[in-house]
Design a protein around this ligand. Sequence first.
Ligand code: HPA
Length: 420
Amino acid sequence: MKDLLEAARRVRRRAWAPYSGFSVGAALRTAGGRIHVGCNIENAAHPEGLCAEAAAIAAMVAAGERRIREILVLGGAEPCAPCGGCRQKIAEFAPPEARIHMAGTGGVVETATLAELLPRAFALASSGNDGKGEDAAARIRARAPGWRGGVALLLGSGLGAIAEALAEPVRIPYAELEGFPRPTVAGHAGEVVIGTLEEVPLLCLSGRVHLYEGKGAAAVLPMIRTLRDLDCRLLIVTNAVGSLRPDLGPGSLLLVRDHINFQGRNPLLGLADAEGPPFLDLSTVYDEAAAAVLAAAAARAGVPLEAGTYLATLGPCFETPAEIRAFRVLGADVVGMSLVPEAIAARHFGLRVAALAIVTNPAAGLAPGPLSHAETLAVGRAAAERLLALLRVALPVLAGRSPARRRDGPAGSPTAPPGG
Ligand code: HPA
């Protein structure tokens, strides 16, 4: 069934659902073992549109086949059941024992036989298809029809100003997007902003969910999955950190080359889906080509950029001085309370990842006085300008529009475009 799910997931990206905002992909296996796929297409008379299952059946008939062995339907976050009309169409080509798999992008799959499903009302009570399953990616595409995929930027505490710099911005509050977090922490706006920076399309996520908000590590998955569905091939994550290194003072920028997960949590825990490998390889979480582009861009923009290892804690407390001394021994350069769940989720969904950390304070015990979130926000805002200068140079290169060139070196630093 994994192959059906993957086929449905791929075709679902081609769905056109500007009216309902509910994209559906269907993949069926014929008695001969071939797979045919279809996605839903809405027209201005949208209830008259074409269902994904009907499109898959049409593809099967066009290929000269007439027997369905099983069919999988993939809708929004919750499992999606075929509508009454499609059940009738399936019944024309499938025996009563044919299996209907109802899948959600959240990874849940429910299976029933056609005989079980046919007499029922529109949706199985247990299918969760109660009309709430609008699809965040479809909604974003409907609001920003010019978006063709590219680079996404996740903005950490106090960095919302970067989204303000986008030309022709389209703003979509997280509250309108199913599965997106409702930020509860000051400094996180909670909106998607799509526009251009240096004429490069950019999707900003202004606001994130932190583990310390108590919603579980998997809370990051819908947002990152949506990036994949929007054909974002590179995710640049930013966040505020405390520094363990005396040479990295407040306001410094650090390119994250690797991380230590001290959160005791993993967003993929219990995730038995077919959207990524079961045991994700984290040998290279942070994309080396993208990191090289960012380093070269920083040099060109005259923005000092160090590189190092990030250690993630659960929070919400800042660390103790003893913990910071221990983390230093472990090899950490900076410490923070985010980034890792998003980076793991993005690798799971096949996105490339880069991370830029903003040092907002010396870590606990390394400077006199207590740590505060207000300090984090204030320093973050001040650093946003330098980060923006760096991104203005890096983005055209990351998007494959201009060559990377170090100020102090030869042209031709790695320029692999995202997804390359
Ligand atoms: N520790 C953890 N998270 C942080 C810090 C810190 O010192 N500064 C900003 N985020």
